[in-house]
Design a protein around this ligand. Structure first.
Ligand code: NDP
Length: 397
């Protein structure tokens, strides 16, 4: 029985609050805090169990420290934005509380995500006897656990890993992102990067594509090579992997809009002067795009995210694919959110459950693949993200 403090009341925070509320035997008391407390209250009103709310600007360590001292949680679940990661980790260290997040730190003025800033907290968390669990969403998160599970049960050695993320859903809007538009567009417009033979290879953004035939009736879709943060930790923790890539589907419509927005400068993250005031074009764009949480009732279709690995087992070559399919409308019926927030929020709750029930313990900073995948895989089946393993004949080119 544990008190938990969730920071961030966006699309993902909403799902985390709903899912924690479904597991009262672990999450005995739930606090939801964010920059705008009204958003916390709106989420609390959807949930039949009491959810305590609070206001906090998590960029300010002293505010988070004061809130943690007031609430006295066993764990802080950070589902605010990547910019707040280090400040919230500092607050956890100061108050002696465990930490979990779903996305790695990004400096606001540079579209660059790397684990180096958070890995640098290893000694400080270890010395305090605290655990920080990094990237407990779907990708990163479940994809790291899928990889660890494949290695544990299906392979002696993994040589090639392809993480493939499809959103085969449709929200009917001309252009919208499924999670925070600023974070999403920064990620998608970055240069592509993949791991091959011990080195990072770079590509121009979204220039490498192929078709992938998704299972269970979703069918073939174009997938685009991108850099994604779990690649960095996975190749570090599984140095045997010779090639690791990340792929995502995008519709032609999304790509055309993105190209125009880029060409006219609306995805820039450096300040421009407008009417005597500094404006960051991407932040302004976020303000005029649909709020991802408003897409919940509109989105139909399914997501399919999985890991396709090629390697050897008992001296023989083998291919295995483990994936989850998630239905947008079913998610909305359950927690009033679409599947992108759902597939992130459920693993955040499960990661918290692993820590609070002592299934996952440790001192220091951990990526998901460093911990035993089995209890997490069981919990995915139990809490709404069932997975499937298949052993196809063909891998990726
Ligand atoms: P939203 O933009 O919907 O929500 C972010 C929330 O954080 C908002 O409530 C916002 O408050 C709050 N917030 C922002 N700054 C602060 C601050 N300084 N102090 C306190 N609260 C703050 O984002 P999402 O819910 O879509 O995403 C949440 C996180 O999940 C992000 O880090 C994202 O990168 C990550 N993510 C991870 C995925 C994965 O699979 N691993 C997939 C999708 C998302 P306000 O409303 O006042 O601005």
């Amino acid at each position: 029985m544990s008190r938990v403090l969730i920071i961030g009341a966006g699309g993902v925070g909403q799902v985390v609050a709903h899912k924690c509320a479904q597991v009262p035997e672990v999450f005995s008391e739930i606090w939801l805090a964010s920059r705008t407390e009204e958003k916390c209250r709106r989420i609390a009103a959807q949930i039949s169990r009491p959810i305590h709310t609070a206001q906090v600007d998590a960029d300010d360590v002293s505010q988070t420290v004061a809130l943690i001292r007031r609430v006295q949680p066993a764990l802080v679940i950070n589902v605010a934005l990547p910019y707040q990661d280090l400040a919230i980790m500092d607050a956890c260290l100061e108050t002696g509380v465990h930490y979990l997040d779903t996305a790695n730190y990004e400096p606001p003025d540079e579209a660059k995500f790397e684990y180096k800033w958070q890995w640098a907290y290893q000694e400080r968390f270890r010395e305090k006897g605290l655990m920080a669990l990094l990237g407990s969403g779907f990708d990163p998160g479940v994809t790291n656990v899928f990889t660890a599970w494949l290695k544990k049960h299906e392979f002696d050695t993994i040589e090639e890993l392809d993480i493939i993320d499809a959103n085969a859903g449709n929200h009917g809007q001309p252009f919208a992102t499924n999670f925070n538009p600023e974070i999403n567009i920064r990620e998608v417009t970055a240069r592509g990067r993949y791991w091959e033979n011990g080195a990072w290879q770079e590509t121009d953004p979204l220039t490498v594509k192929q078709s992938f035939d998704f299972p269970e009736g979703i069918g073939p879709m174009n997938i685009y090579l991108m850099y994604h943060e779990e690649l960095e930790s996975i190749v570090r923790h599984f140095p045997e992997i010779k090639r690791a890539r990340f792929w995502m589907t995008f519709s032609e419509n999304y790509l055309n809009h993105l190209k125009v927005l880029q060409n006219v400068g609306m995805t820039r993250i450096d300040p421009v002067m407008y009417n005597g005031q500094e404006v960051i074009p991407l932040q302004f764009l976020k303000a005029v795009l649909p709020d991802p949480s408003s897409l919940g009732p509109l989105t139909k279709g399914r997501t399919c995210i999985g890991c396709l690995a090629r390697g050897t087992k008992d001296g023989k070559p083998k291919i295995a694919y483990v994936y989850n399919i998630c239905d947008h409308e079913a998610c909305f019926r359950e927690v009033q959110s679409q599947a992108i927030s759902y597939t992130t929020g459920v693993p955040a709750m499960i990661g918290a459950k692993m820590m609070l029930t002592g299934k996952w313990t440790g001192e220091g900073v951990f990526n998901m693949e460093q911990l035993d995948p089995d209890p997490f895989m069981d919990a995915l089946n139990q809490h709404g993200l069932p997975w499937v393993l298949v052993t196809p004949e063909h891998g990726m080119t």
